[in-house]
Design a protein around this ligand. Structure first.
Ligand SMILES: *[C@@H]1O[C@H](CO)[C@@H](O)[C@H](O)[C@H]1NC(C)=O
Ligand SMILES: *[C@@H]1O[C@H](CO)[C@@H](O)[C@H](O)[C@H]1NC(C)=O
Ligand SMILES: *[C@@H]1O[C@H](CO)[C@@H](O)[C@H](O)[C@H]1NC(C)=O
Length: 796
C-alpha cells in the first residue's frame, strides 16, 4: 500500500506509522496518526477509506464526520475523498504543554449504522523554542571570604521544548574565578550551579559580571543567555595603614592650647564599617605629654603648654584600629621650636653694700646671668649706665663682677645706684634689670677747712670777763667722726702774751671768749692761731690766724702835762705889762691816753679873775692876752682852764694857771711889731709854696740821712749794750689837738712840717733843733717862735 503523500521521509514515516495503526486497529478500535508540530495547514494527515477499509461513497452516504471531543478542531475530513487534512497549524507546547507524548483524541462518526472509530493524533516536538532565563540579570552576593569549591545555585533557564530540545548545557563566559556545572533533576531537566575556582578579593575587584548561556539539545541547538552580576561582599581582611610611617613636625613652643599640630591619616582598604579607623596614642610622649589626638579625624592638637627648655621634642606612636581589631602604627616626632619666651635672669651671688672711698679697685658685686632659651634667644649682653665709675668684668661662663674703676670720692658722690641690664639677643629682645645701691664709706681724707684763713675780731676795752667776741668755724667734708671738729688754741710764740689767761675757745663750736677785761692802752691788738682737728684716723687738722683788735673807750681823762698840776708850788707865768693884745702867755699841753676822738682835746677858759683879759684857743691850748694891759689891772691873776676830750661821754681835766704881770720885761721877750700883712700877702703865699717845696725836698733828704744815721747809731748802741734802740720820749709838738697814744710821738712825726692858722699870719713852725738852716732864712720868725719852743722844751 502507498499513500499519496508518502514522498518525503516524514511522509513515509507517517505512512508507515498509519499502517501500523491500521494493523493495530484491526485488533482494537484506535487508529493513531503522528505528525510533527507546526505542520502546515492543509497537510494530508490520512486517507480514511484506505485506513478504515470503507468506500468513499460509503463515507458520503453514511455522513462521516470528525468529532473532536472538546479538543481543538485541528482536523478536517474531505468526505468525497476520505482525506483528513490539518485544519490549522498545531503547536505542541500549546496543546500539550509538557505532557509527553502529546496525543489529541477524536472520533470518526458514521451513521446508518452508527459506527465509531477512535482516532489519535500525536504531535511530536520540534526544537522551535530557545532556552529562556526568567530575568535578564541575576545578582549574586558572595563574600570575599568564600573558599574555592563553594557552589552557588543559579536559576535555570526555561525551554518549552521537551526532551532533547530542552536545555541541555549551561556555560559561563570565561573568567578567572568561576565555572558552571550543569546538573539534571529527576525529571531530566537541567539546572546550573556556579562553582568558585579562585578566592575573590573585594579590594581588588569588587564586582564581576558573567554571561550565563543555556544551550538546548536541538539540532541546530538554540541558546539563551543572562547576565550574572556578582557583588563581592567585603569582609574585614585589611589592616589600616598610615599614609606615612613617620611624621615629623615642628611646633613653636608658644603655640596656644588647642593648636593643630598635625593630622595623621590611615587608610583601610576594607569598605564600610570595616574601613572605619579609630586613632589613638599607642605609646611614647610620657604621661605629661601635652598632645591629644582626635580618634576620628586623626588631628593631633595641643592640650597644654610646650616648653622647649624642658622637653625639646616628643616621640610618639599612633595606632589606628578598625572595627575588626586590625591596626596599624606610625611614629610621630614633634620638635619643639625655641621661642624667646624667657627673659634673662640675674642672680646676685655676693654684694658689698659699702666700699671705702679710696680703695683702688673694689669688687662691688658678683652675679650670674642665665637664660633658658637656646641659640640667640639665650645669648645675653650685660651693661650698666655709662656715666658711672664702675666696670663689668666677665669672670667665667655667665659670672660677672662689678668693680670700681678706681678710687671713689665720697665727698663728691656718696651713693651710686647701679642698674645692671641684661638683654638677650632674641626677637623680641627680653631684658632683666637689677639695681644695686652702693654706699661709699668715708675715709678721713679731708682736713677741716676754716671758713676764713684769718679772722679779725673786735673787742671794746674794759669788756666784761668771759665775753663772747666771735666764733671761728671750720668745715670738714668727711662724714661721721671724720668730720667731728674740735677747736683749740695753738701755743703762741710770743712769750709776752699769756694767751691762756686771755682767751678761751669752746672746743665744740669755736666760740671765742675774752677771759678778762682788756685795756686798749695796754694792749691794742694781739693775734694767735687756732686749730681745728677732726677725729678721724689719722687725725687731720688745720690752722687759722685770729687777730683781736681792742677798741678804744674813753676811759682816760686828759692829762695836763704843762703846767704840771701836782707840783707843790703852783706854776706861775710872767706877763709883761706892755704886752700887745694876743701876747702868748703860755701854752697848755695835755695828753689823753685814749685814741681817736677820745684823744681829741679842746681847751676852754673856765674862770678868770679878769675874764676879759685872757683867751684860750680851744684847739691848741694857747693862752693869750686879748687886750692891752692897763695900770688898773691887778698884777696877779688866776685862771681856771678846762681840757676836755671828744669822747662820749667826754672826760675833762682842769688846770689852774697863775699869771703874774711884771713890768720891764727884757727886749728879747717883747713881741716884734706885727708886719702889715696886706702888701706882702701875695709874696707870703709865694714864699709859702716855695717853702713847702723846699721843705719837702729837704725833709726827704734829711729823712734819708737820719735813717742812715739812725741805723748806724742803732747798730753801735746794740754793740755797746743789749738795750734796744729807742726814741727819746717827751718830744711833743705842742700845737696839736690830737694827742693820740700815751703822749709819745713817733719818730717820723718829729720831722713833719706843720701848718697852723693860730696867729692869722700864716707862718710856719718848724722843729728847730732839726732844721736850723731853714730858720736862718727868716730870723724874725725864728725869734717869734722861740717862746713856743721854749715851752715845749720844758719837760723834755
Ligand atoms: C556542555 O558544554 C561544554 C562547553 O561547551 C562542553 O564542554 C560539555 O561537554 C557539554 N556537555 C554536554 C553534556 O553536552
Ligand atoms: C638710689 O635709689 C634710691 C631708691 O630708689 C633713691 O632713694 C636714691 O635717691 C637713689 N640715689 C641716687 C644717687 O640716685
Ligand atoms: C707829779 O706827777 C708827775 C707825773 O705823774 C710825776 O712824775 C712827778 O714826780 C709828780 N711830782 C710830785 C711833786 O709829786
Amino acid at each position: 500500500m502507498e499513500t499519496t503523500l508518502a514522498k518525503t521521509p516524514e511522509k513515509r514515516q507517517v505512512v508507515f506509522m498509519a499502517m501500523l495503526l491500521l494493523l493495530w486497529e484491526s485488533g482494537s478500535e484506535a487508529i493513531r496518526y503522528s505528525i510533527p508540530e507546526e505542520t502546515k495547514t492543509g497537510y494530508l494527515v490520512a486517507n480514511l477509506d484506505k485506513d478504515l477499509g470503507l468506500r468513499v461513497e460509503e463515507l458520503v452516504i453514511r455522513g462521516a464526520r470528525i468529532h473532536h471531543r472538546g479538543n481543538k478542531e485541528l482536523l478536517q475530513l474531505d468526505a468525497e475523498t476520505g482525506n483528513l487534512f490539518l485544519k490549522e497549524k498545531p503547536d505542541r507546547e500549546e496543546l500539550c504543554g509538557v505532557t509527553e507524548p502529546c496525543l489529541l483524541h477524536f472520533q470518526l462518526i458514521l451513521e446508518n449504522p452508527v459506527q465509531f472509530f477512535q482516532t489519535d493524533l500525536q504531535l511530536t516536538d520540534i526544537n522551535d523554542h530557545s532556552p529562556e532565563f526568567p530575568h535578564r540579570e541575576m545578582l549574586l552576593k558572595i563574600p570575599e571570604s568564600a573558599q574555592p569549591g563553594t557552589v552557588f545555585p543559579l536559576k535555570a533557564a526555561q525551554d518549552s521544548d521537551i526532551g532533547n530540545n530542552a536545555v541541555q548545557n549551561y556555560t559561563v563566559s570565561s573568567n578567572l574565578h568561576f565555572h558552571v556545572v550543569t546538573h539534571s533533576r529527576a525529571d531530566g531537566r537541567k539546572y546550573p550551579e556556579l562553582v568558585l575556582d579562585k578566592a575573590l578579593d573585594r579590594e581588588e575587584q569588587p564586582e564581576l559580571t558573567l554571561t550565563l548561556t543555556a544551550v538546548d539539545g536541538g539540532s541546530p541547538p538554540r541558546s539563551g543567555a543572562t547576565t550574572v552580576r556578582i557583588e563581592v561582599v567585603d569582609i574585614n581582611d585589611n589592616a589600616p595603614q598610615f599614609v606615612q610611617s613617620l611624621y615629623e613636625v615642628q611646633v613653636p613652643e608658644n603655640s596656644p592650647v588647642d593648636a593643630l599640630v598635625l593630622i595623621v591619616s590611615a587608610r583601610d582598604l576594607d569598605a564600610g564599617i570595616h574601613g572605619n579607623v579609630v586613632y589613638s596614642l599607642f605609646q611614647g610622649g610620657g604621661a605629661s605629654q601635652p598632645f591629644v589626638i582626635d580618634e576620628v579625624t586623626g588631628e593631633i592638637r595641643l592640650k597644654g603648654a610646650l616648653d622647649f627648655e624642658t622637653t625639646p621634642f616628643y616621640n610618639m606612636e599612633i595606632i589606628a584600629t578598625d572595627s575588626g581589631g586590625f591596626s596599624g602604627k606610625c611614629s610621630v616626632t614633634i620638635q619643639v621650636l625655641d621661642v624667646n619666651d624667657n627673659a634673662p635672669k640675674l642672680a646676685i651671688s655676693s654684694l658689698t653694700k659699702s666700699i671705702p672711698e679710696n680703695a683702688p679697685e673694689a669688687v662691688v658685686a658678683v652675679y650670674s646671668v642665665s637664660d633658658p632659651d637656646s641659640g640667640d634667644n639665650g645669648k645675653m649682653v650685660c651693661s650698666i649706665q655709662n656715666d658711672l665709675p664702675f666696670l663689668l668684668k666677665p669672670t667665667f661662663e655667665n659670672y660677672y663682677t662689678l668693680v670700681t674703676e678706681g678710687p671713689l670720692d665720697r665727698e663728691s658722690r656718696a651713693e651710686y645706684n647701679i642698674t645692671i641690664t641684661v638683654t638677650d639677643l632674641g626677637t623680641p629682645r627680653l631684658t632683666a634689670q637689677h639695681t644695686i645701691t652702693v654706699q661709699v664709706s668715708d675715709v678721713n681724707d679731708n682736713a677741716p677747712a676754716f671758713t676764713q684763713t684769718s679772722y679779725t675780731l673786735f673787742v671794746q676795752e674794759n669788756n666784761s670777763p668771759a665775753l663772747h667776741i666771735g666764733t671761728i668755724s671750720a668745715t670738714d667734708s668727711d662724714s661721721g667722726s671724720n668730720a667731728l671738729i674740735t677747736y683749740s688754741l695753738l701755743p703762741t710764740h710770743d712769750p709776752q702774751l699769756a694767751l691762756s689767761s686771755l682767751i678761751s675757745i669752746n672746743a665744740d663750736n669755736g666760740q671765742l671768749f675774752v677771759l678778762r677785761a682788756l685795756d686798749y692802752e695796754a694792749l691794742q691788738t694781739f693775734e694767735f692761731r687756732v686749730g681745728a682737728t677732726d677725729q678721724g684716723s689719722p687725725v687731720l687738722s688745720s690752722q687759722a690766724l685770729v687777730r683781736v683788735l681792742v677798741l678804744d673807750a674813753n676811759d682816760n681823762a686828759p692829762f695836763v702835762l704843762y703846767p704840771l698840776q701836782n707840783a707843790s708850788v703852783p706854776y706861775t707865768e710872767l706877763l709883761p705889762r706892755a704886752a700887745e693884745p694876743g701876747y702868748l702867755i703860755t701854752k697848755l699841753v695835755a695828753v689823753d691816753r685814749d685814741s681817736g676822738q677820745n684823744a681829741w682835746l679842746s681847751f676852754q677858759l673856765l674862770k678868770a679873775t679878769e675874764p676879759g683879759l685872757f683867751t684860750v684857743w680851744a684847739h691848741n691850748g694857747e693862752v693869750r692876752t686879748s687886750r692891752l694891759l692897763s695900770e688898773r689891772d691887778a698884777p696877779k691873776h688866776r685862771l681856771l682852764l678846762l681840757v676836755k676830750d671828744n669822747g662820749d661821754p667826754p672826760r675833762s681835766a682842769s688846770v689852774t694857771l697863775h699869771v703874774l704881770v711884771v713890768d720891764g720885761f727884757s727886749q728879747p721877750y717883747l713881741p716884734l711889731p706885727e708886719v702889715a700883712p696886706n702888701p706882702e700877702h701875695q709874696n707870703d703865699l709865694l714864699t709859702l709854696y716855695l717853702v713847702i717845696a723846699l721843705a719837702s725836698v729837704s725833709s726827704l733828704f734829711l729823712l734819708s740821712v737820719l735813717l742812715f744815721l739812725g741805723m748806724r747809731l742803732c747798730r753801735r748802741a746794740r754793740a755797746a749794750s743789749l738795750s734796744g734802740c729807742s726814741v727819746p720820749e717827751g718830744h711833743f709838738p705842742g700845737h696839736l689837738v690830737d694827742v693820740s697814744g700815751a703822749g709819745t710821738l713817733s719818730q717820723s712825726y718829729e720831722y713833719e712840717v706843720c701848718l697852723t692858722g693860730d696867729t692869722g699870719t700864716g707862718e710856719f713852725k718848724f722843729l728847730k733843733p732839726m732844721i736850723p738852716q731853714l730858720l736862718l732864712q727868716d730870723p724874725g720868725r725864728e725869734i717869734k717862735e722861740k717862746p713856743h719852743f721854749r715851752n715845749s722844751f720844758v719837760f723834755s
